[in-house]
Design a protein around this ligand. Sequence first.
Ligand code: HEM
Length: 335
Amino acid sequence: MTLWIATQRCDNVSQRASVEPISLEGPTLQLIWPWQDRNRQFSALKASAFALMLVPAIRLIYQLDTGEFGFYPLSLGGLVYWSGVWATAILLLAIAVTPAITILRWPALIDVRRMIGVTALAYTIAHLFIYFALRMWNFDRIMIEMATRLTLITATLSTIGLIALGATSLDAAIRYMGAKGWQRLHNAVYVTTVLAILHALLSRGSFPEQYVMSAAFVWLMAWRVLNRYGRGADAKALAILGVSMSLFAAGLEAWCAWLKRGYELSWTLANNFNLDLGIAPAWQLIVPGLLIALAAAAVQAAPHVRARRLQAHTEPIPAVALDARAVDQTASATR
Ligand code: HEM
């Protein structure tokens, strides 16, 4: 846990090494709490993001305590499912930071991206341990299952990717690998997310969350294409993207229900556009899709908000943060 709240302080290491004997103790670790900025001042943005990251865990504990998942050991089934859903949702949130910065013209959001990514890793590790508990810590059975079920093979690869990204999330890793090398490695987040989505889709059950998360991922990738053509903050393009995402979710659900259960395509599609079976994936997505387009239109219409946000983000930046920001700028240009 300390890994992600600690940052290494060794400014001008190479410069110092040439004039001072190298300390055998190595660079000192300086603790930065999740609600502090790089100057160790309270940051409302980081504190809010941190609080938001805790909400799923608190909710899961509450659901467990109130018996919403049944009682132990039955409850572990529900807990595996929801911890996996939250891990994936938070991973998607991490790759939604770049679109949010562009659409809301809010560069300060970059300060919370690392926290969100590492939280996705924390939920994944919790998910993995809950799965071990569900299988009664029987590692012979676990190994066989993980090596033979396609869904668990993709899950394992995704987890390895997340661990590699988490382990290189410290400032020291950026310095060591260089901005370009670090960025190249961190672009693996897309492959890692595809594998996580495949793991969810290939699982035995058929649940709305699988289609909502898959369509959200497609939205995030399609947005990157739009952004390359300079339309990443265009309200009209975003509205079309929102509607397309909703239709994609309906189509994907119909296709998977046909493949997994043999349900008629037209039956599942029709159910996506009424509320007979609850709020279907298409409905769950159309609202956020159109709200994003509305937000883009509102920010376009309010240049003073943009100016204030840009100004608020001109605090003095230490060298390593500049490195990270250079990485982020390269990233925004390439993503
Ligand atoms: C080695 C690592 C992992 C293992 C062993 C594992 C295991 C499982 C198991 C047993 C289930 C219940 C569904 C089933 O039996 O097919 C499940 C569900 C799920 N997992 Fe994982 N998981 C791993 C990694 C991940 C990762 C990295 C993510 C995403 C970041 C994730 C997200 C999910 C989701 C969303 C579900 C719900 C899928 C559904 O049933 O519809 N899992 N996982």
